[in-house]
Design a protein around this ligand. Structure first.
Ligand code: AMP
Length: 386
């Protein structure tokens, strides 16, 4: 199959979604001379729209607005996966969509994602698809307790999940899922969580940033440690799993795979993100080509860049909880005065509880040095006790 010609600057990249991932892609792409048009159902002035050439604010079902978007762009990507399928299909009819509608459709829905992993023989926690209370009872009997119920559609950051413990009443646990499909998953007593972020181009070549370690608080990513403090055997499994997912999806673009590591050093896929990922933000400051640089390159059909990191790093998420009030910023001086800390803010007007408002990355000559410095900055910011 002939490889289509690349889209070179000043071509226009269309982005579905207006959040921080679109913002960081737009900043990267505009630096290289691309034009960026954002299509989002958010209000005007969204994080990506603030830094794009054009922002279109409309519902994803608004055919006229979508046509206006498509008329202005050469190639389209998505910065989040929860985009109605009809919109993805309409886009793919008119412009190259990278990653494809198929890859987004599979990974935007937990049931389809799990079935894909199962079909491909990719290691993940044992699961059952459940449609009603009787199905839940069967699944829990087969999988054992603890296990976890997750909504099939549109869940993220632990939203739409319920852990089934030894004493959990199943009738009650099923209530929020009534009328919907859910995935019931065996509980994985993991020793750590890792992820791999990388890119795959239209000719099938790949470049990954390596395996990083993630610490979550309340199901939301809190800290990423790069590289992960795990054995070479774990790293190899993680990289192999990323490759298997990318190949299985015939993926084009930047993609993240989140994984669990068990005490026996077995690595299991938890989730696939068909886009750059929060655990890849450190790449902006440490890698020769960031996850957003790779996304731009893959989406535009350019050769991928060197994804390697020149230094260890630790990334700390800044949630709205850190802001003294919805509109008053914290005093950033503890981050800004550290010579190798980088502050990234997403331009969100209102700081809401647990809303991802920004992050900072601390570089170090070793992971321990970066982690110690990052923790010290957190203490001074008041987001962590000493
Ligand atoms: P998810 O939204 O599926 O990525 O889940 C959010 C977080 O919940 C994960 O990062 C884990 O910390 C935890 N979690 C989810 N599923 C499981 C599981 N099967 N076993 C243990 N912990 C889990």
């Amino acid at each position: 199959m002939a490889i289509p010609s690349p889209f070179l600057p000043p071509a226009t990249i269309g982005v579905l979604g207006g959040g921080q991932l679109g913002r960081m892609l737009a900043l990267e792409a505009r630096r290289s001379g691309y034009r960026v048009v954002i299509f989002t159902n958010e209000a005007p002035g969204c994080p990506a729209g603030q830094v794009a050439d054009v922002e279109i604010n409309a519902d994803y079902a608004d055919a006229a607005a979508l046509q206006r978007f498509l008329d202005q762009v050469d190639v389209v990507t998505a910065e989040f996966e929860n985009i109605p399928d009809a919109c993805l299909q309409a886009v793919e009819k008119k412009r190259p969509l990278r990653p494809s509608r198929d890859a987004i459709y599979t990974t935007q829905h937990r049931e389809r994602e799990k079935l894909f992993l199962h079909e491909q023989g990719i290691a993940c926690a044992e699961f059952r698809i459940v449609e009603d209370l009787a199905g839940l009872e069967r699944a829990v009997a087969e999988l054992g307790r603890p296990c976890v119920i997750k909504t099939a559609a549109f869940g993220y950051d632990g939203k739409g999940q319920c852990k089934v413990n030894a004493d959990t009443d199943l009738t009650q646990a099923w209530q929020p899922f009534e009328g919907h499909h859910a995935v019931v998953e065996q509980w994985v007593p993991f020793v750590c969580e890792v992820s791999v972020v990388g890119a795959r181009s239209i000719d099938g070549s790949t470049a990954v940033h390596g395996c990083v370690e993630n610490i979550h608080e309340h199901h939301i990513l809190d800290v990423t440690i790069a590289p992960a403090r795990v054995s070479p055997a774990v790293i190899q499994q993680a990289l192999d799993l990323w490759n298997a997912v990318a190949t299985g999806l015939n993926y084009v673009g930047t993609m993240a795979v989140e994984m669990f590591v068990t005490a026996e050093e077995k690595v299991l896929v938890n989730e696939i993100a068909p886009r750059p990922h929060n655990s890849g933000h450190y790449t902006i400051d440490t890698c020769r080509t960031s996850q957003f640089g790779q996304q731009m390159r893959a989406v535009c059909g350019l050769p991928l860049g060197d994804a390697s990191a020149h230094t260890p790093a630790v990334m700390i998420n800044l949630l709205g909880d850190v802001w003294p009030s919805e509109t008053q910023h914290p005093d950033w001086s503890p981050v800004l005065k550290h010579p190798s800390a980088k502050l990234h803010l997403y331009g969100k007007e209102l700081a809401k509880w647990r809303r991802k408002m920004g992050h900072f990355t601390v570089l170090g000559s070793t992971v321990d040095e970066a982690l110690n410095d990052a923790r010290r900055i957190q203490v001074t910011l008041g987001t962590r006790t000493a």
